[in-house]
Design a protein. Structure first.
Length: 262
């Protein structure tokens, strides 16, 4: 077996993010059935090998990057070698699911990346199946590090992680969407509103990441008593609505993740 071959089943958005991060340093073989997608990937990533499931037969690691609803049928066809490590990025599917359908003491690592992985700025939670070894987790960390940072969690925490970081980009996009709309209502054109909001968002995020102060401390520093920021925050804090909505939203996402796992 050629240990330097990484097999990826599924060449969609997240599959492509992995291809982009890995193909410069690894031999990447991709199984993709959509003809248009195959043509696109061949043109953009000339160093990869594309084809049907046979192209991943010699892979030491197979990354499963297809939709959860298509997974069971796929697993009936996936080649399983004795030393193959499987990494799944399919939402809702447990390591036990893969162990059951792949058979034997198959080594599985479950991963939950998020959308910023598309620009190698993601955060991916990973957890080990029953038969995955510490070396498998280190390898998974290394490979998934190509699309951002990783954090190891117990599998029982994956649903909560999905609610926090997996779905998290949508919370940010919703907030920004409403922020821009409100800015336009104040009189800015769309281009100005986007520039003001995007730069404020990015600058604040970078400050938060680089500062020794946490979010609540930084919020206090930018808020003068009786000032404009205080007036705005008083609206957010009214009857604790913002805090309640955030808790309800994350709990709803976690609940749905659990339902999908059944």
């Amino acid at each position: 077996m050629k240990k330097n071959i990484i097999g990826i089943i599924g060449g969609g958005n997240m599959g492509e993010a992995l291809i982009k991060g890995l193909y410069a340093k690894h031999a990447v073989h991709v199984s993709e059935t959509n003809a248009e997608r195959v043509k696109y990937l061949k043109t953009k990533y000339r160093g990869i090998i594309l084809g049907d499931l046979k192209v991943v037969e010699d892979a030491s690691v197979i990354i499963l990057a297809i939709k959860p609803q298509d997974m069971e049928a796929l697993l009936k066809q996936v080649p399983v070698a004795k030393n193959t490590l499987f990494i799944s990025i399919a939402a809702g599917l447990t390591t036990r699911f893969f162990e059951k359908h792949l058979g034997g003491q198959v080594r599985v690592v479950r991963a939950m990346p998020n959308m910023p992985a598309l620009i190698a700025e993601g955060i991916t939670g990973i957890s080990a199946g029953r038969y995955a070894q510490s070396s498998d987790m280190k390898l998974a960390e290394s490979l998934l590090g190509a699309i951002g940072q990783t954090v190891i969690v117990k599998e029982s925490m994956i649903d909560a992680l999905t609610a926090v970081s997996g779905s998290g980009p949508a919370y940010v996009f919703l907030f920004v969407e409403q922020w821009i709309n409100a800015s336009i209502k104040l009189g800015f054109d769309k281009s100005q509103a986007k520039q003001l909001v995007y730069k404020t968002l990015l600058g604040s995020a970078h400050l938060l990441e680089q500062s020794s102060f946490d979010a609540s401390e930084l919020r206090t520093k930018v808020t003068s008593k009786g000032g404009t920021t205080q007036a705005a925050l008083d609206v957010f804090f009214k009857e604790n609505i913002f805090s309640k909505l955030m808790k309800e939203a994350l709990n709803a996402a976690k609940k749905r993740a659990k339902e999908l796992a059944k």
